[in-house]
Ligand binder design. Structure first.
Ligand code: SF4
Length: 172
């Protein structure tokens, strides 16, 4: 089956985002304390349907095994965490790919307080405009919702990760 245009656009967006984060890491390596096992940012509750579909499809296609999905039920923590690690890392939502790194949002630069502690300023080319990113994702989501042919859940405005996990366990 041909891949939907919206999913191609989504993958291209995540590739660009990942390349940006590598660029930030290369430039500021010693100032970044993000590490495997730190899940302080993993408090995400809901995502755009297109993010949800990519995760669902990864389980449906066998890229992620159902039995390997996280089972963290701690209130306030993402349901896809498994012993502090993201169980869907390769297909994690767009917003998760910005975790910890510098973003410009609501008129100011924000990042994990553990990072960039000894720096007075950051070069603007390494600061991601979160509103632009959200606009790009929202546009892709509109195309996705026009293209998707089945799965009522994917027509909602937002999907909670808890709801998505339940849907995956029932349908994938
Ligand atoms: S999907 Fe993965 S990276 Fe995103 S909040 Fe959940 S565990 Fe963290």
């Amino acid at each position: 089956m041909n891949e939907m245009k919206s999913i191609q656009l989504y993958k291209s967006l995540t590739e660009k985002l990942d390349a940006h984060e590598v660029k930030v890491l290369n430039k500021y390596n010693v100032h970044i304390r993000c590490r495997k096992g730190c899940a302080d940012c993993c408090i995400l509750e809901s995502v755009f349907p297109v993010d949800a579909y990519v995760i669902y499809n990864a389980v449906l296609s066998g890229d992620i095994l159902r039995e390997n999905l996280g089972f963290d039920e701690t209130p306030g923590r993402c349901v896809f965490l498994d012993k502090g690690l993201c169980s869907i890392y390769n297909v994690r939502p767009v917003i998760c790919r910005t975790h910890g790194y510098p973003v410009f949002v609501e008129g100011r630069t924000d990042f994990c307080p553990e990072n960039f502690k000894d720096l007075k300023s950051l070069d603007s080319e390494f600061i991601l405009d979160l509103e632009n990113l959200n606009k790009a994702l929202a546009s892709i989501n509109i195309i996705f919702q026009r293209e998707i042919e089945e799965g009522e859940i994917f027509l909602k405005e937002r999907i909670t990760l808890r709801e998505l996990k339940g849907y995956i366990l029932e349908n994938a």
